[in-house]
Write a protein of this length. Structure first.
Length: 258
């Protein structure tokens, strides 16, 4: 509920800012018309076209990148679920006496991984859960390596160790994907271009002497939604467009760990 309220507040503020810029542009344009009605807007089309072009380029660039990273993060969840499931199954290769404690470590490990992403918005909880699954990784590795060399078949270590490596490596890949975002300067440029475009849109409408409420509201709404969707895709654990539903794959793996 808090995330929905935050999203709604952001949309409202951005929508209001765009409307305010359009109003400022309109008022400035009308003053210009009053001073010089014949040549008040001469030669300004090139500047307006350039600003709108830059805004369109930034919207396309940031949306494309955000959508790609969103898909990548979902794919990594699938890959981790597969890696955990494979590694857990290969515990069957260990001597029977060594399996129960390692299986218990796996169950605790998956619980810690799920808790890490569920509490990712809380810095303290995130750090605590990260410390838990890192420690459990080490215990699983040490226990499996020791058990695979203690009376196990020669092929056990060959099959088990790579599976454990994949399970451990995917966590680093997911953390890197979680932290990968465009430079703040790009978001600053996008915001500046959107507000500047709104200003010039209002200025341009002033030349006609009238303005359409439908066009004003439509322009502001489309830009607001476009920027919001970009940010929502870029931070899919905090907004309305989320990758959380894919966590159910890891939940299913955890449920299969009998």
């Amino acid at each position: 509920m808090g995330q929905f309220v935050a999203a709604l507040l952001f949309v409202a503020l951005l929508f209001a800012a765009i409307l305010a810029c359009m109003e400022a542009g309109w008022r400035a344009g009308r003053r210009r018309v009053a001073i010089d009605p014949d040549k008040g807007f001469a030669g300004q089309g090139a500047v307006e076209g350039a600003v709108f072009g830059v805004m369109g380029l930034l919207l396309a660039f940031t949306f494309s990148g955000a959508a790609t990273r969103f898909d990548t993060r979902r794919d990594l969840i699938v890959r981790e679920a597969n890696a955990i499931g494979t590694a857990y199954l290969r515990v069957d290769l260990l001597p029977a006496a060594a399996q129960p404690p390692i299986r218990d470590l796996f169950r605790r490990y998956v619980d810690a991984r799920l808790a890490f992403y569920r509490g990712i918005g809380d810095a303290e909880a995130r750090k605590a859960n990260e410390a838990r699954w890192l420690a459990l990784q080490g215990e699983i590795w040490a226990g499996a390596v020791a058990a695979s060399g203690d009376g196990a078949a020669p092929s056990t270590r060959i099959l088990l160790v790579p599976a454990l490596n994949d399970m451990i490596d995917i966590t680093t890949t997911r953390i890197a994907a979680f932290r990968t975002h465009p430079s703040p300067a790009i978001f600053a440029m996008l915001g500046t271009a959107v507000l500047a475009s709104a200003l010039f849109a209002g200025w341009g409408m002033a030349a006609g002497g009238t303005r359409s409420a439908l066009h004003v509201a439509g322009f502001a709404l489309i830009l607001t939604v476009a920027v919001y969707v970009i940010l929502d895709l870029e931070f899919p654990r905090f907004g309305l467009l989320r990758v959380d539903s894919f966590d159910s794959l890891i939940v299913d793996v955890r449920a299969s760990m009998k």
